[in-house]
Design a binder for this molecule. Structure first.
Ligand code: NAP
Length: 288
């Protein structure tokens, strides 16, 4: 039996892990919510680790409000950097392998070819800077870690682009979505599945990895496919980033090269369109 701690069980990704438990009878999961385990509380983190004998910790906990982070700098750093440090130190002390989720926002989006794991980072905003600081402290503290950077996460759970578009399709006749930021949408269930493949295979090729669904789209293309799959008649207009100013600047190019992780997974990374279709069905099921 493999013993796994999952933090932030009620977040989008945490809920995906919970729904995959049945597929992994050889993994014994302990799920903790943000109130059971605040990762910024070093004593509490140690208590949880000492009360169990974990083989792995999957850290899904993060301060993810990208725009709010521009003001809430201290809180974002406390969770994404110092919280990651607490988790990494506990992993070191209790000899636990850490799987930590990070983001494409560690890059500035100025490249024109998919980002490799060792490309130079240069986050544009507070969220990306604090997530990068979290990555760096993990790499400094531990030898046995997987940092998985992902992008454009969505699912039937939590708050995300898919659910926002489905809601707006019911509320509005017309909507503008940016067409000049491109990336790879990632179904959080696919990311959770890939993470559990790494654990189940006891892979020891530690390091940084990139995981997103295959294919490249703009937010506009992504919205177009969502409205098409949901038979929505909403009028969709392509707008430019400059017409939709946000407190945090987003990378205009968020494509990551996923070859490295593909080599350690048992199954092929799904294409964004096929995963979106599955997520839509699951969204409808969870609403009914
Ligand atoms: N969403 C995306 O598009 C995206 C893209 C790239 C990477 N990522 C990364 O993917 C991971 C999962 O994201 P997600 O979409 O699942 O985010 P999410 O739905 O916002 O979940 C984040 C979770 O972290 C919890 N949390 C916040 N502060 C905490 C603390 N101090 N201690 C313990 N838990 C805490 C939150 O709990 P409360 O709600 O109770 O505060 C929430 O359950 C994160 O590392 C994120 O940076 C996300």
């Amino acid at each position: 039996m493999i013993h796994v701690l999952v933090t932030a069980k009620d977040g989008q990704l945490g809920q995906c892990f919970q729904s995959l438990v049945v597929k992994h009878p050889n993994i014994q999961f302990v799920f903790k919510s943000s109130s059971d385990l605040d990762i910024t509380n070093k004593v509490k983190v140690e208590d949880v680790f000492s009360a169990h004998s974990f083989d792995y910790c999957i850290n899904c906990a993060a301060y993810t409000a990208v725009d709010k982070a521009e003001e809430a700098t201290e809180l974002a750093d406390k969770v994404n950097h110092l919280g990651a440090q607490n988790i990494a130190e506990a992993c070191k002390k209790f000899e636990v392998i850490l799987i930590h989720i990070s983001t494409d926002f560690v890059f500035d989006g100025e490249r024109t070819a998919p980002y490799l794991e060792d490309d130079i980072t240069n986050p544009l905003g507070v969220y990306g800077k604090t997530k990068l600081a979290g990555e760096q402290v993990i790499a400094k503290t531990l030898q046995r870690y997987f940092i998985i950077r992902t992008s454009w996460l969505y699912s039937e759970y939590g708050h995300n682009f898919l659910k926002t578009m489905l809601r707006l399709a019911n509320e509005r006749d017309e909507i503008g979505v940016v067409g000049d930021q491109i990336g790879s949408p990632t179904y959080a269930m696919d990311l959770a599945d890939a993470t559990l493949q790494i654990i189940a295979s006891r892979n020891t090729s530690y390091g940084i990895y990139h995981y997103s669904n295959e294919g490249v789209v703009s937010w506009y293309d992504f919205a177009k496919e969502i409205f098409s799959l949901s038979n929505s008649s909403i009028k969709l207009n392509k707008i430019e980033t400059k017409d939709y100013p946000t407190p945090a600047v987003r990378p205009k190019y968020s494509i990551m090269n996923t070859e490295k992780i593909s080599q350690i997974l048992d199954s092929k990374i799904p294409n964004w369109k096929s995963s979106l279709a599955i997520a839509m069905v699951n969204c409808i099921k969870s609403e009914s």
